[in-house]
Design a protein around this ligand. Structure first.
Ligand code: GAP
Length: 453
């Protein structure tokens, strides 16, 4: 069945109902731009993150992992240009004093804002006679810094302002020298990290698509500048391979060459990888050529030599950087949207998540046909323990009738359901193995279950 009719509400409501994602601080009415992952969401997220680490770090011999502190010396963010340049355009409703993202207002009004600077956007507001969502006049736009500020130190008056990190990348740049000193890597090599980032987004929206606290998987790939174009192409291809490994169809992943005016302050070339979300084609990932912008700025600001000394004795230089970056939450959202499916089974509508097996939060569910028959229950427990030992994420379900149990597992994307019935204990020792996508059932010997799963 086509998925064009699927809405964000369908995804969000399933995610809440089945324990993937809840609103942050929900019992207090929530906190805008924050979401909490429930048991199944955590499992799905962990599977994604582990798959990414395996794909880009463990399976390669040119990648070094780090886990740097979220709180960093504020000089890092001054040198990186984030204090001055990490901004979004804001505009104020003159009556209510509410502030809005100017680019979002224009996009919502059907204006193509690609390549527009603040002055061009201001002109477009005038041209269109744009009003605030409350119907009032809009004031003059201004740039708004996205870094979250907090203060460090216990003594009032002696506290210093520090920032929650706006990207994980700076943790890799400030550890460049440490990695070189500890491991003497050959160039090119990468430093990878997965972790939380924080942005004071003015209009968090679209469920977990734009939030104030989110997770990034990214790496800085240090290169000789003469090779940047070839390296850029290499990572571009590998990013598509990664999307493919997640089961995201190539026709739903698009590239956008970001024009110079829209690129981040550090980038000489950026390609956005966009995905067809239910609310439109939106950025999923980014690939940027950050040049030597960060290392050179940190070298100048810290006074530490951040050059790379080639092993062949040629002249030292500050390496350039290619940066593939991947939002964890957006990955999870793309995977969920892509997996969400509906069909009809026995005349009834069925919702199921067609998740790739290695990403599914639960790998298999084991049930006794009837829960009041001890001989069925004990055999089912035996099978459950055996599978749990091997696969870990196996669920037990003996609630309601078997059809309801299948539906529950379909909705959370469990690839296989195993039912222990009278034929198992009185007949040939086989169990029913049901497939999530086709709903087909077949009889399988217990000791042949594992290869099937
Ligand atoms: N170090 C580069 C960097 O941080 P970015 O494009 O600003 O680049 C990286 O962010 C990725 O993080 C994006 O491609 C997107 O997947 C995700 N992302 C960015 N802002 C986000 C937000 N407010 N909420 C959720 N994910 C976000």
């Amino acid at each position: 069945m086509s998925d064009t009719h699927i809405s964000l509400e369908d995804i969000a409501s399933l995610a809440k109902r089945r324990g993937f994602i809840y609103q942050g601080s929900e019992i207090y009415g929530g906190l805008a731009g924050t979401w909490d992952y429930g048991p199944l969401g955590v499992a799905l997220k962990r599977n994604i993150v582990n798959a990414w680490w395996k794909f880009f770090v463990d399976s390669r011999d040119d990648m070094y992992g780090v886990d740097s502190a979220i709180l960093m010396n504020p000089k890092v963010w001054q040198a990186s240009g984030h204090v001055a340049g990490f901004t979004d355009p804001l505009i104020e409703d003159v009556k209510t004093k509410k502030r809005y993202r100017l680019d979002h207002l224009l996009e919502d009004a059907g204006v193509d804002i690609k390549g527009m600077d603040l002055a061009a956007m201001t002109a477009a507001v005038k041209d269109k006679g744009l009003k605030s969502p409350d119907g009032n006049e809009l004031g003059n736009p201004a740039s708004f810094n996205l870094l979250f500020e907090t203060s460090m130190g216990a003594v009032e008056g002696e506290k210093s302002t520090i920032y929650l990190r706006g990207e994980t990348a700076q943790g890799m740049f400030v550890n460049f020298k440490n990695i070189v000193d500890s491991f003497y890597p050959d160039l090119p090599f990468g430093i990878a990290q997965i972790g939380k980032a924080f942005r004071n987004e003015i209009s968090p929206r679209d469920f977990i698509f734009r939030t104030r606290e989110f997770e990034i998987m990214e790496f800085e790939y240090f290169i000789n500048p003469t090779t940047w174009e070839a390296e850029f192409e290499k990572w571009r291809g590998l990013m598509h391979d990664w999307c493919n490994s997640l089961g995201l169809p190539a026709e739903k992943v698009h590239e956008l060459e970001v024009p110079a005016e829209d690129r981040a302050h550090y980038s000489k070339r950026t390609i956005d990888f966009e995905f067809d979300f239910p609310f439109g084609k939106k950025e999923l990932y980014g690939l940027a050529y950050r040049t030597d912008f960060d290392l050179t700025n940190h070298q100048n600001a810290s006074g530490k030599n951040l050059e790379y000394r080639p092993k062949d004795g040629s002249a030292p230089f500050v390496p350039h950087v290619i940066e593939p970056t991947f939002g964890v939450d957006r990955t999870l959202m793309a995977v969920l949207c892509n997996a969400y499916s509906e069909d009809e089974q026995n005349g009834e509508k069925r919702v199921f998540l067609k998740l790739p097996k290695d990403l599914a939060p639960v790998k298999a569910c084991v049930s006794p046909l009837l829960k009041n028959k001890p001989e069925l229950v004990s055999k089912a427990r035996e099978v459950y323990s055996m599978l749990k030992k091997e696969l870990g994420a196996v669920m037990w379900d003996d609630n309601g009738n078997i059809g309801k149990r299948y539906r529950r597992q379909d909705e959370i994307g469990t690839p296989a359901c195993i039912t222990i019935d009278f034929e198992t204990i009185e007949g040939d020792g086989t169990v029913t193995l049901r497939d999530r996508d086709t709903a087909e059932q077949k009889r399988v010997k217990i000791d042949e279950l594992l290869p099937h799963l």
